[in-house]
Design a protein around this ligand. Structure first.
Ligand SMILES: [Zn+2]
Length: 416
C-alpha cells in the first residue's frame, strides 16, 4: 500500500489527494475528504467527493493520515553539527557558550552553510517544513552566520520556510557598545530580533537595545528568557515592562522560561497572568534543559524545563522545539519533531490523555508564534504536508508512523 502511494506522488503537476484522513484541525479528529493541490504547490480545494479536474492526477491515499508540516520554532543552525570541533567537557550552558564562541572566531562561512544544510535536510525528511533559527551575532561570529543562513533562506524557500533571529549574543566582559552599534545591521538581515538577557551584564539596557531595534525594523522579538533555575533573578517583569512600552503585545516570544519551575506558585501565577494579558508566547526546549540544567545538584537534579503542564492548561500558547542539534549545547538530535513532542510530554509531566494536545505544540502554535502565513490544511495554504500510516494525533505522538511521506509546497521531499 505504502509503495503505491509513494509512486503516485512522485510526479509534478496538479493532483487530487483522495481517500486521505485530513487533520484540517490539529486539535480535532481527522476528517475524510479530498484535497486538490495546484501545480504551484498550494491547497486549492478541500471537500468531500471532489472530482479530478482535467489535467490533474488522482492519488489514492488509502486511508493515510495527513497532517500539516511540522514547525520547529527554535533552532540554532549556525551551531548544528559543531560538536566535534567544539567539545563541552563540563556539560553546562556556560561551557557550551564558551566552546562555540572559540570555534566561531575562525569558522569559515561555507562551514556554517554545509552543517546547516545537512540538518535542514534531515529535518525536512522527517516532516519539518518551517524552522526559526537563532543566529549568533557578536564579536566572535560577526555576521558570518547570518549571511550564510540568509543565503539558505533564499535557496531553500520552496522546501523549507526559514526565519532568522538576530541573536545579539552577550558574553562575560561583553562590549555592549559593539552590540548596540551592530544590532541595526543584524536586524536588517533577520526576521526577528533576539538575545539572552540573563547573561547580559546590564540586562535593562540590553533589553532596551533589542526592543528598540525590533520596533525600528518592524520585527518581532524572540528572547531566550531565564534559561536557568535561580529564583532570585527572573527577568519577566523587565520584559513585560518593555512589551507594554514598545507596544509589542502579540509580537514577543520567550524561549525556555526555565526559572518558572523554580519560583513559588503564586509568583509563577502572577507571571503567567502577565503572559496571558500581553499575549506572549512561550517555547519549551526539553533537550537543552534536560542536558544542561541542574548539573550542580548532587541529589535529585531538576528537569530544567518550564512549568509545561500548567502553561498548557492556562492557555498560554506553548510550542516545543529542538533548540540545538548535535553541538556543545545538546550532543544528540535527529531533527524529528515527534521525538521532541514525546520528550515534552514525559519531561513536562503531561498526562496520557494529553498525547493529542502535543500535536498543536509542533504545528499550529509555533506557526502562529512565527507569524507564518498560509499554514495548515486549508484552502489557500501551502501544501506542506506529512502523510503517514497513523490512526490519529494520539497515535502519531505516542509511537509515530512506520512510514511517512513529506510534501513541501506540493513536491515530494522525503520518504521514510
Ligand atoms: Zn536556543
Amino acid at each position: 500500500m505504502w509503495t503505491s502511494i509513494l509512486a503516485q506522488v512522485a510526479g509534478d503537476g496538479p493532483y487530487l489527494l483522495a481517500n486521505g484522513r485530513l487533520l484540517t484541525d490539529v486539535s480535532a479528529a481527522p476528517r475524510s475528504a479530498e484535497m486538490l493541490v495546484s501545480a504551484d504547490g498550494m491547497i486549492e480545494r478541500i471537500g468531500e467527493g471532489l472530482t479530478v479536474p482535467q489535467g490533474a492526477r488522482r492519488v489514492d491515499l488509502a486511508g493515510a493520515l495527513v497532517v500539516p508540516g511540522f514547525v520547529d520554532a527554535h533552532q540554532h543552525l549556525d551551531k548544528t553539527g559543531v560538536l566535534k570541533f567544539a567539545p563541552n567537557p563540563s556539560g553546562t550552558l556556560q561551557g557550551a557558550r564558551e566552546a562555540f564562541a572559540l570555534y566561531a572566531r575562525n569558522a569559515p562561512p561555507e562551514d556554517v552553510a554545509r552543517r546547516a544544510e545537512r540538518t535542514m535536510a534531515r529535518c525536512l525528511a522527517r516532516g519539518t517544513t518551517a524552522i526559526r533559527s537563532h543566529v549568533n551575532v557578536d564579536k566572535d561570529a560577526g555576521f558570518r552566520g547570518l549571511d550564510a543562513l540568509a543565503a539558505l533562506r533564499e535557496s531553500w524557500a520552496d522546501r523549507m520556510r526559514l526565519q532568522l533571529v538576530a541573536f545579539m549574543t552577550p558574553h562575560p566582559n561583553q562590549d555592549l557598545e559593539w552590540l548596540a552599534s551592530n544590532v541595526g545591521a543584524a536586524a536588517s538581515r533577520a526576521d526577528a530580533v533576539g538575545g539572552t538577557p540573563a547573561v547580559a551584564e546590564d540586562p535593562e539596557r540590553y533589553l532596551d537595545l533589542i526592543f528598540e531595534a525590533a520596533v525600528r525594523h518592524s520585527l518581532p522579538v524572540d528572547l531566550h528568557l531565564d534559561e536557568h533555575l535561580d529564583a532570585a533573578r527572573p527577568l519577566f517583569d523587565a520584559v513585560f515592562e518593555r512589551v507594554r512600552r514598545y507596544g509589542m503585545q502579540g509580537r514577543t516570544v520567550l524561549g525556555h522560561c526555565s526559572v518558572l519551575s523554580a519560583l513559588p506558585r503564586p509568583e509563577f501565577e502572577r507571571i503567567r497572568d502577565g503572559m496571558l494579558e500581553l499575549d506572549i508566547g512561550a517555547i519549551t526546549l526539553p533537550a537543552a534543559n534536560l542536558y544542561l540544567q541542574g548539573r550542580s545538584h548532587d541529589v535529585l537534579p531538576p528537569r530544567g524545563l518550564t512549568r509545561v503542564a500548567e502553561l498548557v492548561r492556562s492557555g498560554v500558547p506553548l510550542a516545543t522545539a529542538s533548540d540545538n542539534i548535535q553541538d556543545p549545547f545538546v550532543p544528540t538530535g535527529s531533527g524529528d519533531m515527534l521525538e521532541m513532542g514525546r520528550w515534552t510530554l514525559l519531561a513536562g509531566h503531561l498526562h496520557a490523555d494529553d498525547l493529542a494536545s502535543v500535536l498543536p505544540m509542533i504545528t499550529d502554535i509555533p506557526a502562529r508564534l512565527m507569524g507564518l502565513e498560509g499554514y495548515g490544511i486549508r484552502e489557500g495554504a501551502r501544501a506542506d504536508l506529512v502523510v503517514c500510516d497513523c490512526e490519529d494525533a494520539t497515535d502519531l505522538i505516542a509511537g509515530g508512523p512506520d512510514h511517512r511521506l513529506v510534501l513541501a509546497k506540493g513536491k515530494r521531499v522525503g520518504i521514510h
